[in-house]
Design a protein. Structure first.
Length: 213
């Protein structure tokens, strides 16, 4: 992380965390947020697309602490507004990592202008076992780009602990908040549904499907 004024960083960090914790609630149902996770709830991340206060606050904090890079790279779809906000603040070119490689036209997996050898700061909204992040890092390597760091808003910490996850192919990961912190912030508002989230946090192995062979 690059050095910066400690008070400024602390204030920006607190503001970004407060907004995300308050404005990202839980929704309940039957969800499959990644190929290996089946969950009875998910954090409602729509504010990460629509809430300009969150976008501004997170971009301000990341601008202070994230490594310098030639490019800002956002994962489709929820992370693109976050990456755009940071790219505008830093006046850096933006690239977007698709969910899958195109099968037509350029058949590319990354949209935007870039050159081999450039460094890229990767942005994603959540990380749970690093499925999307691993794909972005692999595509960077395929295209001759140098991933510097992966900046995440929300780490699904029970799954990451279960899988022993700490980085992605040697690329460091920095998160703003964890699922456990989000749950603790909203616990009193969830009523009996708090037991659903708490079970996921305490027993994440129940919600993880076997890795495909």
């Amino acid at each position: 992380m690059k050095p910066s004024n400690n008070n400024l960083v602390a204030l920006a960090h607190a503001r970004a965390r407060e907004l995300v914790l308050e404005r990202v609630p839980f929704i309940f149902g039957d969800f499959q947020p990644t190929s290996r996770i089946r969950s009875p709830f998910v954090p409602d991340k729509r504010a990460l697309i629509s809430d300009t206060s969150i976008l501004d606050a997170v971009a301000e904090y990341w601008d202070l602490v994230a490594p310098d890079s030639d490019l800002i790279g956002g994962a489709a779809n929820f992370a693109v507004p976050l990456a755009t906000a940071l790219a505008l603040r830093r006046q850096k070119p933006l690239i977007v990592f698709r969910t899958q490689r195109k099968t037509y036209h350029f058949k590319n997996c990354i949209d935007g202008n870039y050159s081999r050898g450039q460094s890229v700061l990767l942005i994603d909204d959540t990380i749970a076992g690093a499925e999307t992040a691993a794909r972005m890092v692999a595509w960077c390597q395929d295209e001759g780009l140098r991933p510097e760091c992966i900046m995440i808003v929300l780490a699904i910490d029970p799954i990451n602990r279960l899988l022993g996850f700490s980085d992605v192919s040697g690329v460091p990961v920095e998160h703003l908040i964890t699922l456990t912190e989000l749950f603790n912030h909203h616990r009193s508002r969830l009523g009996s549904q708090s037991e659903i989230v708490e079970d996921f946090i305490v027993n994440p192995e129940k919600y993880l499907t076997p890795s495909p062979t």
